[in-house]
Design a protein around this ligand. Structure first.
Ligand code: R5P
Length: 284
């Protein structure tokens, strides 16, 4: 029998996955000692297979995940599957300067020690799956981003903010069933400053859907949407798999003229209109 064990940041998705798989959801406790150290526990866990679901949206969430892996092993689980709906540090997938770590690899190694298998949803680069031992499974949930889009998009264009995310835009277009695809050209100047050049597609009077794997500070998306606004575009919808939406990202997007933001529940936010539970269940 299988029991789902949830990290504190992924409780809604864990419950959806339990429903999807028709398995039980463990009681979990998240506590903190007076010195600040965390204690995540599954006190009643008593099964031979655990599926731990935890997006590592913070260092605490990462530590909590390691504790839950250890707790279920301690309680006798023989098979431990770890689902990382969103993997923090995944974008640090190489040493960008001398002396820097490959943080994604360090994180993957620590998670691998406590599990038999890892699944992660739309990682920024699928190559990071190889940092896990054994190699993690990349779940593609992008097609589901088409679900909440209005059925009456006018002559739609599906764009990605850079060449690297064009596959996502194509997946969303294919799932929607109609429309042209293209991408912007992006130059990143710093962690929060990006420059976006327009794509060649004529967007005048057309509804546009811009899709990326993640919206973090919102700089990429707001610049992209700003470029569109200068070109007499119709409605603009923004979709992403991972709605991290750090700092003032939502305000930036609204000020840029975004009509609606749709994200998934890999990171639980108000905009998480799409559940990745069915896509994860298909791979389990
Ligand atoms: C980068 O290549 C990614 O696909 C995203 O475009 C980027 O990480 C988004 O970050 P931000 O929202 O901070 O611009």
């Amino acid at each position: 029998m299988t029991t789902i064990v949830s990290g504190s940041a992924s409780q809604t998705l864990a419950a959806s996955l339990a429903d999807e798989l028709e398995v039980s959801l463990a009681a979990v406790e998240y506590d903190r000692f007076p010195d600040g150290e965390l204690l995540a526990a599954a006190p009643d866990f008593d099964d031979d297979r655990a599926i731990i679901v935890g997006s590592t949206v913070s260092s605490d969430a990462h530590l909590e995940l390691l504790q839950l892996q250890d707790a279920v092993r301690e309680a006798g689980a023989e098979d431990v599957v770890t689902v990382l709906p969103y993997m923090g540090y995944a974008r640090q997938d190489e040493a960008f300067e001398a002396g820097h770590p490959v943080s994604a690899r360090a994180v993957a190694r620590s998670i691998s020690t406590g599990t038999d298998r890892v699944l992660t949803v739309n990682p920024h680069e699928t190559a990071i799956c190889e940092f896990f031992e054994p190699t993690a499974t990349a779940v593609d949930a992008a097609g589901r981003l088409a679900d909440p889009l209005p059925a009456d998009l006018a002559d739609p264009v599906f764009l990605s903010p850079d060449a690297g995310a064009i596959d996502l835009a194509e997946t969303v277009r294919d799932a929607y069933g109609d429309g042209e695809t293209d991408y912007f050209k992006k130059t990143r100047h710093s962690g929060t400053e990006v420059e976006i050049s327009p794509s060649d597609v004529d967007v005048a009077g057309r509804d546009v859907v811009v899709t990326d794997d993640i919206i973090a500070t919102g700089s990429t998306m707001s610049e992209a949407v700003g470029v569109l606004r200068d070109r007499d575009v119709g409605r603009v919808f923004v979709t992403c798999v991972h709605p991290l939406l750090a700092r003032n990202a939502v305000t930036k997007l609204r000020r840029a003229g975004v009509e609606t933001i749709y994200g998934t529940d890999t990171i639980e936010r108000e905009v998480s209109a799409v559940s990745v539970a069915p896509a994860i269940a298909d791979e389990l």
